[in-house]
Ligand binder design. Sequence first.
Ligand code: SF4
Length: 343
Amino acid sequence: MIVKPFMPRLVYFEPKALEYPLGKQLFDKFEKMNLEIRYTTSHNQIRDLPGDNDFQKYRVAKSTLVVGVRKTLRFDTSKPSAEYAIPLATGCMGHCHYCYLQTTMGNKPYIRTYVNVEEIFEAADKYMEERAPEITRFEASCTSDIVGIDHLTHSLKRAIEHIGESEYGRLRFVTKFDSVDHLLDAKHNGKTRFRFSINADYVIKYFEPGTAPLTKRIEAAAKVAKAGFPLGFIVAPIYLHEGWEEGYYHLFERLDAELPQEVRKDLTFEFIQHRFTKPAKRVIQKNYPMTKLELNEEARKYKWGKYGIGKYVYKDDEQLEIQKHLHVYMKKFFPEAKLEYFT
Ligand code: SF4
């Protein structure tokens, strides 16, 4: 299956966005493509999305791009993978049933891109100055799959180059898409770690519609590593299903078979077990009523979380099993890779 690079079906502009070069450029581009363009006073409030019911509106929203100006230039923290989340976009056109955006975006699933990139970079510079000479890591995919929309905006490419010029900055992001060609010549200076999200066949097949197939992600990973980017893989969410041990073994086996040897020198892995919150469960069941995703609180361990929203993770003995198995697989196929964390 081929997933074409994302193209919105409907685009909204905040009038203020047209005062920025990127806003104007996107407007001209979408106008030439004859896309339907509407206006909105705020990227946080789109009231007239087409669709007769929430189910339809949700699907329309996932193919709607809103071009706006980011007002909050205070960055969220982003543990454990980085110090701060750099806000270049919010939302994603993918349809992963378990997506963490179900909790954070709830009723605003449309995709927002911010055109005041220079102001966002200035804010990033201040964070780096505050911490210097400590390294400051920025995560660009906390609120979106940024790679999936960057072929339209190139703001990620600019962020890669901006951080590439900094002394104490590092950038990281993760993707399930393969539209990476425009990023290959970005002057990253080795300061951006390009990560791909990978999973067992079962999880990709049942829970990740609208994303690139695994083979395409691995191909894209090889391309970016050959362009000198430090490379990483995030196995997430690690999901217990019948035959999960073989499923994840097969994943590592396949990664080993398809990833060229020469791109493995500086390879990292991150392991993230499946988790859900109560509000996310409600949204998932509304938007994907037929999902096979197991969301049974009783079968999980409750973990207190930020803003009083606790999450349900696997029980301790299951977590140990997951850790043990995946660690063994990683060591077997990628003995030199570094495991950054399991969470
Ligand atoms: Fe969510 Fe990532 Fe899937 Fe997009 S690709 S829907 S951000 S999990």
